[in-house]
Design a protein around this ligand. Structure first.
Ligand code: SF4
Length: 369
């Protein structure tokens, strides 16, 4: 059983085998210009993605739903989601961004006012600064607690879900509070509501998630089937991305500051953090020259792979130089720290501009929805 509220690292291969997630490589050849995260194998799995490929190819309507749970600061690993949203926006998707304040309250005890403030000052600000275009018509951002369409749909859908099922999927026990028990239904409604008639009717919908969120996807797909004849839902698709490793190894987590580079870090702090990150280098320079390093086990390499080095050729070259022992970790870290400094200098400038826009955006989209 996967617990979507824990922070365990998962075995990706096992996940594919055990839960029927299909390799993303199966659909890669059909995508016109795949996102770099797809090309680099960071997005590794999918369910039913063929529907999305077809919609993009035909230029027909499709939606992307990607929630944010405002419970802490955004770190660089979260950038992956924004990069995907930008790519889908460029490919014509309707973008839905539920702000999961109800989940944040039920699972983490964060009150609604704090969630709202965090969503504006941290999440929406970063989404804008990273390049998501909130001026476009097809983007909808809302607080779960204020979206009546979603709330009503969740209640309607809950009629066909029972307690044993929720226990089996999420491992809920008799001491689980009722708000926590109910909130997955809100998430199901977040994913399915773009298909309601008032929002344009049934359409393929994709949810890009980390594999820990798969229980929500399975529940949503099952419920969509149960309501197919009543609401004409098209069973939603999903993609799965790898987590970024934390600076000390293990998973990067906002609740463990030593593991994370936060998007609000000043450039010099981000630079310092990458310089002290765990590498896949050997104990001594001699050993590294002789045996090479292990980029697969190196946080610095992962930062370059996920975020900092867009050129595939340069990345490939670095990989081989590391393996052959022709580049040492010091030089490599210097290069990565320069790139991260440039990235954070640019981001912090954009964050200042974005802060002014963030609140207006939430209010504007809230009124529209
Ligand atoms: Fe990582 Fe670079 Fe060292 Fe290789 S040379 S282990 S990629 S820091």
């Amino acid at each position: 059983m996967i617990d979507p509220w824990s922070s365990a690292i998962l075995d990706y291969e096992k996940l594919i085998e055990q839960f029927g997630i299909k390799p993303f490589a199966d659909v890669m050849g059909d995508i016109k210009d795949p996102n770099p995260l797809m090309k680099r194998g960071i997005i590794f799995g999918q369910r039913d993605y063929g529907k999305i490929v077809k919609a993009m190819r035909d230029g027909s309507s499709f939606a992307v739903v990607s929630g944010m749970m405002p419970s802490g600061k955004m770190h660089i690993g979260h950038k992956m989601i924004v990069d995907q949203l930008i790519w889908y926006q460029q490919n014509g998707a309707d973008i839905y961004i539920p702000i999961a304040d109800m989940e944040s309250y039920s699972a983490r005890g964060v009150d609604f006012e704090t969630s709202r403030k965090l969503a504006i000052s941290e999440y929406i600000t970063n989404y804008i600064a990273l390049g998501l275009d909130f001026q476009k018509k097809n983007i909808h951002t809302y607080l779960q607690s204020e979206n009546k369409i979603v709330g009503d749909l969740a209640y309607l859908l809950a009629r066909k879900v029972n307690l044993s099922e929720m226990k089996a999927i999420y491992g809920f026990s008799s001491s689980t509070n009722i708000a926590h028990l109910y909130v997955p239904l809100i998430q199901v409604a977040d994913i399915l509501h773009p298909q309601l008639e008032e929002l344009g009717g049934p359409k393929p919908t994709v949810v890009p998630v980390g594999p820990d969120q798969d229980p929500h996807i399975r529940l949503t797909r099952d419920i969509a089937e149960r309501f197919k004849s009543q609401l004409n839902f098209i069973t939603p698709s999903s993609t799965y991305h790898r987590f970024i490793t934390g600076l000390t190894g293990g998973k990067m987590s906002s609740s463990k500051p030593k593991t994370a580079i936060f998007l609000s870090d000043p450039p010099e702090v981000a630079e310092k953090k990458i310089k002290s990150a765990k590498t896949g280098g050997k104990e001594s320079l001699d050993e590294q020259r002789k045996f090479g390093g292990v980029p697969e086990d190196c946080v610095v390499y992962e930062m370059l792979l996920y975020h900092l080095l867009p050129s595939h050729d340069q990345l490939r070259q670095l990989y081989h130089e590391c393996k052959n022992g022709t580049i040492m970790c010091g030089e490599c870290k210097n290069r990565a720290s320069q790139l991260i400094r440039e990235f954070f200098e640019d981001l912090s400038r954009k964050r200042v501009e974005a802060e002014h826009m963030a609140e207006k955006i939430l209010n504007k989209t809230q009124n529209e929805d």
